[in-house]
Design a protein around this ligand. Structure first.
Ligand code: ADP
Ligand code: MG
Length: 244
């Protein structure tokens, strides 16, 4: 579903993603772990071209962007629609209700009628457990509820892949599980997912593969049980020991 070859990204003279190769098969969940500043967010942001890579080829589904050549804005726009992204901060539109946040993209990007969009959005809000909160504004929702609206909003665009960048890091501990629950359900429905998270239990339970990234390179990757119980590299061992 996703294929990354030779991905490179620099900020000024600092190379943050160094020649990364990564494949994610359809329906698989990959959890990305690594120290702060190791390039996890940048990697996800390159996948939906919020950052423009300096080189490399990214393919998702049947579309490909080759950043070793010049890439058109139009190609990037189409490519971006393949992924849905959920960030640490919820980034909801504060002046729109939960319903309004989910219908916004459906009407503006997908060109649906208001009625159509509300039907889809209602289904998605029910799916994330917010059927009774459709008419609330972000300030009336808990952080966990806001994050679930953000997931529904991303799903509304019918992405091939969902990207999660520390989706529970800003939440009070008692709200983390309601978000992880929704992510687990998505995984079980066969959504292809790349998830940056420090929730090691989620990784153990849901990930098909765990990727440890440090200094802009993939140091180690494998099944969760192997990475967590039997890491091969010193850097992985050190990182995991600091989490205990
Ligand atoms: P992580 O998500 O693993 O904590 P990031 O991908 O956010 O790491 O950042 C990797 C490195 O790139 C860090 O050194 C960070 O300071 C730097 N960086 C990230 N975004 C930018 C940017 N827009 N401009 C300059 N440097 C950046
Ligand atoms: Mg980050």
């Amino acid at each position: 579903m996703i294929s990354i070859q030779g991905l490179r990204k620099s900020f000024g003279s600092m190379e943050v993603i160094k020649n990364v190769d990564l494949d994610i098969e359809q329906g698989k969940v990959v959890v990305i772990i690594g120290p702060s500043g190791s390039g996890k967010s940048t990697l996800l942001r390159c996948l939906n071209v919020l950052e423009t890579p300096n080189g490399g080829i990214i393919s998702i589904d049947d579309q490909q962007l080759d950043f070793n050549k010049s890439v058109s804005k139009k190609a990037i726009g189409a490519f971006r629609q393949l992924t849905g992204m959920v960030f640490q901060g919820y980034n909801l539109f504060p002046h729109l209700t939960a319903m309004g946040n989910v219908t916004e993209g459906l009407t503006t990007v997908k060109g649906q009628s208001k009625k159509e969009a509300e039907k889809t959005a209602g289904q998605l809000l029910a799916k994330v457990g917010l059927a009774d909160h459709k008419e609330k504004y972000p300030y009336q929702l808990s952080g966990g509820q806001e994050q679930r609206v953000a997931i529904a909003r991303a799903l509304a665009m019918d992405p091939k892949v969902m990207l999660f960048d520390e989706p529970t890091s800003a939440l009070d501990p008692e709200l983390v599980n309601e978000v992880l629950r929704v992510m687990k359900d998505l995984a079980h429905e066969g959504m292809t997912m790349a998830v940056v998270t420090h929730e090691m239990r989620f990784a153990q339970e849901v990930a098909d593969e765990v990727i440890f990234i440090d200094g802009g390179v993939i140091v180690e990757r494998g099944a969760p049980a192997d990475i967590f119980n039997n890491p091969q590299h010193e850097r992985t061992k050190k990182f995991l020991s600091l989490l205990q």
